[in-house]
Ligand binder design. Structure first.
Ligand SMILES: Nc1ncnc2c1ncn2[C@@H]1O[C@H](COP(=O)(O)OP(=O)(O)O)[C@@H](O)[C@H]1O
Ligand SMILES: [Mg+2]
Length: 318
C-alpha cells in the first residue's frame, strides 16, 4: 500500500511518520518542485515535478499514481488542496484516493470571510468581520465595534500582511497597500489549535488533539502545550460534522472570556501536527486503517494534558 505526499517541502516529520506506520507494508513517495525540499530525502522514493500551476501538473501526478500503484495521495500546501479536490474523480479513476474534503468546502477554507459567514449561518459564535471598511466605520460610529481591530488578507496564509490596528489611518493604509483585506474584531484571549481526523469511511471525527499556542513563529505554532476541554471537543465535533470535512484538518480557535470562537480551518496536516503525533494521536495510522477498508474507533481526547512541544531546526546534506 503506497502513499504519495505532494509538495512535501520541509515537512520531514510527516514523511517519517508515514514510513514508520507503513513499516514495510508499503512505500512513501514524495514530490516537490524543488530539489531543495528536505522532506524528499526522507521518502522511499521521490520525484521532482513541475510547479502546481504548470499545465501538465495533474497529468504528471496521475501518471505517478498509476505507475507506482499509489493507494492514497494528499498535499501539504494550500493551493494544491483545491487542485486535488477539483480533480478527485480523475485520481479515483486510476485507483488512488485523494485524502481531501469536497472542493466547495476547501475553497471556503481559503476565504476567511466566507468561513465567518458559514459559521454564522450554522449558529456558531463568530468573530465580527467586515470586508467593506465603510461598514466598519459606520459600526464604529454606532458603537458596535471598537479599536483595536485586526486587519488581514481574506485569502491570506502564514500570517502574511496581518496587523493589529488602532486607527482609521492604519486601516486606510492597509487597504491601500493590499487588495482583498478584511477587518476583524480583535480577539484578546488565548489561541488554540486543533488537529482533527475525520474518518474517510464513516465521516465521523475520530481524533481531536487540542493545544494552546504559546509561541508562534512565521505563522506557525512554535511552542505549544496540550489541553483538554470537553466543551471545546464538542464544539469541534459539531462544527466539522456540520461543515462536512473529511480527512485531516487543522483548526484555529480563540478563547475569549470563556467563549470559544472558531477562526479558520486549514484542510490539511497543520504545521503543528507533530505535537499531536508525539502525544499519541496517530493520524497516519488512522489513514492507513481507512485505506485497508476499516473504520477507526474514536480516540478523541486520548492523550495527556500539559505535554509541551518546542520546535527546533535540523539540516539535510545532499
Ligand atoms: N481577529 C483576530 N484577533 C487577534 N488576532 C488575530 C485575529 N485574526 C488572526 N489573528 C492572529 O493572526 C494569526 C494569523 O491569522 P489567521 O487568520 O490564522 O491566518 P493565517 O494563519 O492563514 O495566516 C493568528 O494565528 C492570530 O495570532
Ligand atoms: Mg491560522
Amino acid at each position: 500500500m503506497n502513499v504519495l505526499i505532494l509538495s512535501c517541502g520541509s515537512r520531514n516529520k510527516i514523511v517519517q511518520y508515514f514510513k514508520k506506520e507503513l513499516n514495510g507494508k508499503g512505500k512513501v513517495f514524495a514530490t516537490d518542485c524543488s530539489i531543495l525540499a528536505p522532506a524528499l530525502y526522507d521518502a522511499d522514493q521521490f520525484f521532482i515535478v513541475p510547479r502546481i500551476d504548470a499545465p501538465n501538473y495533474i497529468s504528471e501526478i496521475l501518471s505517478i499514481c498509476k505507475k507506482f500503484n499509489i493507494k492514497a495521495v494528499f498535499s501539504l500546501i494550500d493551493p494544491e488542496i483545491s487542485l486535488l479536490a477539483k480533480h478527485k474523480d480523475e485520481f479515483l479513476a486510476v485507483g488512488t484516493i485523494p485524502i481531501v474534503s469536497e472542493y466547495e468546502l476547501v475553497e471556503m477554507c481559503f476565504d476567511k470571510y466566507a468561513m465567518v459567514q458559514i459559521l454564522e449561518k450554522n449558529g456558531f459564535k463568530t468573530i465580527k468581520s467586515y470586508i467593506k471598511k465603510e461598514e466598519f466605520y459606520r459600526d464604529v460610529d454606532l458603537g458596535k465595534i471598537n479599536y483595536p481591530v485586526f486587519v488581514k488578507p481574506i485569502k491570506g496564509s502564514a500570517s502574511i500582511n496581518i496587523s493589529k490596528v488602532t486607527s482609521v489611518e492604519e486601516i486606510e493604509l492597509a487597504f491601500k497597500k493590499h487588495d482583498q483585506m478584511m477587518i476583524q474584531e480583535f480577539m484578546d484571549g488565548v489561541e488554540y489549535g486543533a488537529d482533527v481526523y475525520i474518518d474517510i469511511i464513516s465521516s465521523e471525527p475520530v481524533a481531536i488533539f487540542t493545544k494552546e499556542k504559546v509561541v508562534m513563529r512565521a505563522g506557525e505554532t512554535d511552542k505549544s502545550i496540550s489541553v483538554k476541554d470537553e466543551t471545546l471537543f464538542k464544539l469541534i465535533n459539531d462544527f466539522v460534522k456540520t461543515a462536512g470535512f473529511k480527512g485531516m484538518i487543522d483548526i484555529d480557535i480563540f478563547k475569549v472570556k470563556d467563549n470559544y470562537f472558531i477562526s479558520e480551518v486549514n484542510p490539511r496536516f497543520g504545521g503543528g501536527y507533530p505535537h499531536a503525533y508525539e502525544s499519541g494521536v496517530n493520524i497516519p495510522k488512522m489513514i492507513i486503517k481507512n485505506l485497508q477498508g476499516e473504520i477507526n474507533e474514536s480516540v478523541i481526547g486520548q492523550y495527556a494534558e500539559g505535554i509541551r512541544m518546542m520546535k527546533y531546526n535540523e539540516i539535510k546534506i545532499i
